[in-house]
Unconditional design. Structure first.
Length: 563
């Protein structure tokens, strides 16, 4: 059996929008700034400014617009560094006075592409983690040059350069966007960037290449470091600054171990910027000890992509990372709606990007718990979600491509007609397995982990609500009668007849889960976790084989009747 390193499981989460859609919320947040505000509010502004700078650079806006955006990011980064050193609050009026004139200089009115900064959105990377790491540098540098890799490296480069300047180091920066295959990126500096590198080199500067990750390949970081070498910078003057130390032997880019060993690297490690009462670590699948009495019942996890989670010191709350800045705001709003509607654990707010939910006594579901009342509850939930988390019309073509590519790579032949039509575009739950439902001691069924999975960098992204109905059907292995009951209850609650859409979405759902499980299995080193992932991979694969047999039988019957 092949390792299938090229399964297609990450979607393109970038959005194309007018620049004013980035400028307007940043301006509104600045105008609303109180005279005394918390550091989290400043971090939110910094993330928006970094997103704007990145978008303008990628759109090749005028040098004047890009420079104003860079100065705005730098000004907010310097304020964040200063505030972090002095205390938890800052003078909002000072921030507004310094920032609004810079924002007013930006006249770009065209379209931009915007993607989520994954570390800030999903993986509990706090921009001040990089400040903490730079603060531990023992070398007495006189000057430094910081190169951020767009997207997230825009904000990170600003915060790192600001901290260096706060330490008395003359620091400058710019950002780059490596291109090419994700496992083999290439970086080429522009004509106006090369003189800056040469000038920094003449001043004896140290060079920091700044990004999150490395991811599965490490090729973005390596491409920039190697571009510096081609520009005349010695390897000894280059450092890679990232969020974790990689296992270079597992990186997918060609000759990764040899190439990485040429450069010194620094990493921040897991964030220490947590809610004050974060006590018990639930990451790396540790939460399963709290739910299941026997480990053979555990669902698999891909720990590299889990949300950072803790239990509170008093044992009464669950603290899960929701996102910093605008990323966390969207998840917080969804969690509050879920809580208010009675579909989830009570939501108690957000701190340092972590949402807090009150834990309740109860037990998670098992497949044998399926009963008419639970099936009706799941249908009601899908109908509510389609209404409350509806989005503008979405394009299902990439989801269709995912299903076709992964099916053919697994089974060796093309998938027949697949019509993933979109009638109720929704931010789906994407986590409809039995273990994601809690039967509270009060008797009501509550949905767990319902706000973070439907709009991240995995498929499906916003799509038709039939994806969640398909999740119920596949994960609970519904009989034809139960499947019909689910659809009937959903239609009664929503007015939407999803019967004609469900089969296609069941196929797409099972294909994605099969590919995700297999990809995860090739990436984990723990034997027991690998076995759990492979168990799921085989289950989804068997489901698809059965579905294909039914489809072929139906097709043959039609052909027989026609002949």
């Amino acid at each position: 059996m092949s390792a299938h390193p090229d399964f297609y499981i990450f979607r393109d989460a970038r959005r194309r929008l007018a620049a004013v859609e980035l400028l307007r919320p940043l301006r509104s947040a600045l105008v609303a700034m109180a005279s005394r505000a918390e550091i989290d509010e400043l971090i939110a502004l910094l993330l928006r400014a970094g997103e704007l700078e990145c978008a303008l650079c990628d759109a090749k806006a005028s040098p004047e617009d890009c420079e104003a955006a860079e100065q705005l990011t730098d000004a907010l980064a310097e304020s964040a560094v200063r505030t972090d050193c002095l205390g938890r609050t800052f003078d909002g009026r000072e921030i507004v006075a310094a920032s609004l004139p810079l924002l007013d200089k930006i006249g770009y009115s065209g379209a931009v592409n915007v993607g989520a900064s994954e570390g800030f959105a999903y993986y509990a990377l706090h921009p001040l983690d990089y400040v903490d790491r730079v603060a531990t540098l023992e070398e007495n540098w006189q000057s430094a040059f910081v190169i951020g890799i767009r997207s997230i490296g825009t904000t990170l480069s600003a915060i790192v350069a600001s901290k260096l300047r706060e330490r008395g180091v003359a620091a400058d920066r710019f950002t780059v966007r490596p291109s090419g295959h994700p496992y083999d990126r290439h970086c080429a500096f522009s004509e106006d960037q090369l003189p800056k590198i040469r000038a920094a080199l003449a001043h004896g500067s140290q060079f920091l290449v700044c990004d999150e990750g490395p991811g599965r390949s490490g090729s973005s970081l390596l491409s920039v470091a190697e571009a510096l070498v081609r520009a005349g910078v010695p390897c000894s003057s280059i450092r890679i600054l990232c969020s974790h130390e990689p296992d270079v032997g597992s990186l997918c880019t060609p000759e990764a171990a040899r190439r990485w060993s040429q450069f010194r690297s620094m990493h921040t490690g897991m964030t220490k910027r947590l809610p004050r009462d974060a006590a018990e670590y639930f990451g790396n699948g540790e939460w399963r000890w709290k739910i299941f009495s026997r480990d053979h019942e555990w669902p698999p996890v891909w720990s590299q992509f889990e949300r950072l989670t803790y239990g509170s010191g008093d044992g009464g709350s669950l603290l899960m990372f929701e996102g910093h800045g605008q990323f966390g705001e969207a998840v917080r709003n969804r969690n509050q709606k879920l809580s208010d509607a009675g579909f989830s654990l009570p939501y108690l707010g957000q701190e340092v990007g972590f949402g807090r939910q009150r834990l309740m006594d109860g037990s998670t579901a098992r497949a044998e718990d399926l009963a008419p009342a639970l099936l009706a509850r799941m249908a009601e939930y899908c109908a509510w979600r389609a209404r409350e988390f509806a989005v503008a019309e979405v394009d299902s073509s990439e989801l269709d491509t995912m299903a076709r590519v992964n099916f053919e790579r697994e089974f060796g032949y093309a998938l027949s007609d697949l019509n993933l039509c979109v009638v109720r575009p929704t931010i789906c739950d994407n986590q409809m397995m039995p273990h994601a439902w809690l039967k509270a001691a009060t008797g009501e069924w509550l949905k767990l982990d319902a706000a973070t999975r439907g709009d991240d960098h995995f498929f499906p992204g916003p799509c038709d609500v039939a994806w969640d109905l398909a999740g119920v059907s596949v994960e609970w292995r519904l009989s034809p009668a139960d499947r019909a009951s689910l659809l009937r209850s959903y239609q009664n609650a929503s007015g939407d007849n999803a019967a004609d859409r469900l089969a296609a979405y069941e196929l797409a759902y099972a294909i994605f889960r099969m590919a995700w499980s297999r990809m995860a299995a090739t990436s984990v080193s723990v034997t027991s976790e690998n076995a759990r992932l492979m168990r799921d991979y085989e289950r989804y694969r068997c489901w698809l084989q059965s579905a294909a047999c039914v489809e072929n039988a139906q097709r043959n019957e039609v052909q027989t009747q026609l002949s």
